[in-house]
Structure formats: structure tokens, C-alpha cells
Write a protein that binds this ligand. Structure first.
Ligand SMILES: [Fe+2]
Length: 297
């Protein structure tokens, strides 16, 4: 079964207050002491942050800035070809810096003016209830670390590139920004942890890895694809299935490799109706009934 924690490297605080990010063996930065120290430093800054104060001002070094510049340059070409139109329009309206990493408060300032969203710092994993519940208030918990420079064009972990370039532009769109908020409102209604996990999987296969037919072509609207150079280049070759809430909500998946199965909507209106409709109406009971109907069918 999918475990949300596998998305993130665990963060712990020792008895002396030292913050450690535990990179798994095989992580591109696992054998890079400077990278590990940097991850610890950035996680500590997020843990020390208090609501109502400015987000930590990370003084990114040239190596980190280089990753951002490379990703921005490479993704710009792919977005033009593969991203859903609302996302492409948002790129111009948000107008994030491409030569330096955006400060979270700067991201908030741009997004607040375009739909009311704001970013707050996260050291790593934010529990499902907090993460999704905050979306209802148009608040997005964002990491600030940068992926390892050895692999600038893909990361299984949600780094600042994923959070800001992927989600940030989606949040500035009328349809997908609102779908994030509607997912958050749904999460606040759900009390059962299994229901919340069902919701998070629907979110995963739509707002993280969804694709949609637009102008006769398949385009990506999921933040996970839109922030990954590799997935943008390969998603059209993946197996595609029609939107199916039960399948998405109960699917098992491996976040450490490209998603082999994607759910394709035939129009943005279908996403609104099926996914938005689910977010607007789901309850613990309706989700339980959906799963039960399948079990007895
Ligand atoms: Fe994400």
C-alpha cells in the first residue's frame, strides 16, 4: 500500500536539537556530505518557522541556483508542448524568476494577487490531515530544499521545483487552483483515515499525475508531471485509462519511478464533473459505500 511518508525523507530532531534529514540509500545525495548538511540546515529553518512570520530566507548557493536555472530552461520548452492551456497561461501571469530560486513569500505575494493562495514552509512530510485541510484555506505547505544536482531533471521527492513550478502555476489557474481548494474542503469533511487516504490517491492520479485531452491532444495537468522533465517527455507512452474514482482511490503505486498508468480525462469539463464532483460531495460514508459496492460486485 502507498505510504505518504515514502514521498519524503524522514526528518528527526535529536536530543540536542540537531535536525537530521534521513536520505535513503540510493538517493542521489546520500553520499554527498555537503548536500546532506544542506538538507539538514533547510529542514531546521522550516521547523524553527512560526506562523505569522516571514518564511525562512534560504541563501541558496550557486549549485542550487544552477539546478533551478537548468530546470526552468528545460521545462519551459516542454510546457509549451505538453502542458494544459490554463497552466501555460499561468506561466506568464505568475512570472516567477527563472534565474534564481523564488522565495516562498514572493511566491505567496504573486499567488495571493491571482487567487488568494499562500505558501508556508515545510521541513518534509506534513501529515495528510494538515496538508489537505490547509488547502481548504488556500494555504500550501512547501518544502524549500532543491533536488541533488546530479539529477536535476527528476526527483521522487517534492522539492521546491515541484512545489513552486508544478503546484504554484496550477494554483494560479481558475480550474486547477479551485480543485486544490475543493480537495481541501473534502479532507475537512472526512474523519476516517482510510477515507482520507482514498482522497489522497484520487488527488495523486489527478492533480499530481492527471492528463487531459485538449484540442485533440493529450496534455498534462498534474503537478508531478509538469515539474518532471523525464515524465513530460514520456507520459504519452504510458498506459492511459478513463477517469475512475474507485480505481484511483484504491490503486497502489510506486512513487520512485515514472507512473506506468495514467488516468486521462476527455476534457477539462470532465475533470470538473468527476473529480470536482467527488471532492464536493464525498463523505466517509460515500467512500465506504463505493468501496463496498466494488467488493460485493
Ligand atoms: Fe505535489
Amino acid at each position: 500500500m502507498f505510504e505518504e511518508a515514502q514521498l519524503y525523507s524522514p526528518v528527526t530532531t535529536g536530543a540536542g536539537g540537531e535536525v537530521t534529514v534521513h536520505l535513503h540509500d540510493g538517493h542521489p545525495g546520500a553520499d554527498d556530505p555537503a548536500y546532506r548538511a544542506r538538507r539538514n540546515e533547510i529542514a531546521a529553518a522550516a521547523l524553527a518557522w512560526r506562523p505569522g512570520t516571514p518564511a525562512p530566507a534560504i541563501d541558496y548557493d550557486e549549485r542550487e541556483q544552477g539546478v533551478w536555472r537548468t530546470v526552468c530552461r528545460e521545462l519551459a520548452v516542454l510546457h509549451e508542448r505538453h502542458a494544459v492551456s490554463e497552466f501555460r497561461e499561468a506561466l506568464t501571469r505568475v512570472a516567477l524568476p527563472v534565474d534564481r530560486i523564488a522565495h516562498l513569500d514572493d511566491v505567496s505575494a504573486r499567488l495571493t494577487a491571482l487567487g488568494g493562495w499562500r505558501y508556508v514552509p515545510a521541513a518534509g512530510l506534513v501529515d495528510l490531515r494538515t496538508f489537505y485541510g490547509s488547502l481548504a484555506a488556500r494555504t500550501f505547505h512547501s518544502t524549500q530544499y532543491v533536488r541533488h544536482p546530479a539529477m536535476p531533471l527528476y526527483t521522487p521527492e517534492p522539492d521546491i521545483v515541484h512545489e513552486v513550478i508544478g503546484h504554484g502555476h496550477l494554483l494560479a489557474t481558475p480550474t486547477f487552483g479551485e480543485l486544490h481548494r475543493r480537495a481541501g474542503a473534502a479532507a475537512r469533511r472526512l474523519r476516517d483515515e482510510e477515507s482520507l487516504r482514498f482522497l489522497s490517491r484520487v488527488f495523486w492520479f489527478t492533480l499530481e499525475f492527471g492528463v487531459v485531452v485538449e484540442d485533440g491532444d493529450v496534455r498534462a495537468y498534474g503537478a508531478g508531471i509538469l515539474s518532471s522533465y523525464g515524465e513530460l517527455g514520456e507520459f504519452r507512452a504510458m498506459q492511459m485509462r478513463p477517469l475512475n474514482l474507485l480505481e484511483m482511490g484504491t490503486a497502489q503505486y510506486d512513487i520512485t519511478r515514472y507512473q506506468p498508468v495514467l488516468y486521462r480525462a476527455e476534457s477539462v469539463a470532465e475533470i470538473e464533473a468527476v473529480v470536482g464532483g467527488f471532492f464536493d460531495t464525498c463523505t466517509d460514508r460515500s467512500i465506504e459505500e463505493l468501496c463496498h459496492e466494488h467488493a460485493v460486485a
